[in-house]
Design a protein around this ligand. Sequence first.
Ligand code: C5P
Length: 217
Amino acid sequence: MQKVITIDGPSASGKGTVAARVAAHLGWAYLDSGALYRLTALFAKNQQIAWNNEAELAKLAARLPVQFDGQKIFLNQKDVTNEIRIEAIGMGASEVAKLPGVRLALLQRQRDFLTERGLVADGRDMGSVVFPDACLKIFLTAPPEIRAQRRAKQINISLQGVEFEKILADIQARDEADRNRAVAPLQRLPDTLLLDTSDLTIEESVKKVLDWYSKKN
Ligand code: C5P
């Protein structure tokens, strides 16, 4: 068993925030695997490589000039922390993530985040593919409407109207693409614990994960 906690789940579920806080609490490293797919999509866009050009994308993914520096992410020395979060890049990430060559190129890179201290990793296939021997595997989710409401509140958008409808539609489109792809689809496997955060605050979700971990040890 590896000293790894995996937190997989759909987009905008808050898994990144929960995973980062659990890692900070335990003093473990943290891997935001979605950022690697986002960086691949952004790097490709900057180099005018199409998001379906598997051979070129796999080469790019294998040599992403990325640096993680605390909260900040640098690509080719440029701070892209905010740029990779925009929804167009999220959609691009979802496109490039369909390609087996890209996933393979990123596999070892993700595994290299594991240190002796331990690792909390969030994404779509952390428990199923990247760290199948993790000591605790969680599937963190909430209904799309709740995820859209949280995202809207975060960016100060009214919960009614076209802007909100667009956020909800984007979340549903990305869920759909991630669930229905042939390789490493988003799915809840039987060896994962389900954490439905519909009625939980971030702190309560973090506590739940820490409780599960302490019961395992
Ligand atoms: O988690 P995040 O929204 O940043 O991920 C962006 C996209 O990257 C996802 O929609 C998904 O298609 C892809 N991804 C993936 N496998 C992971 C993490 C992210 O396919 N482990």
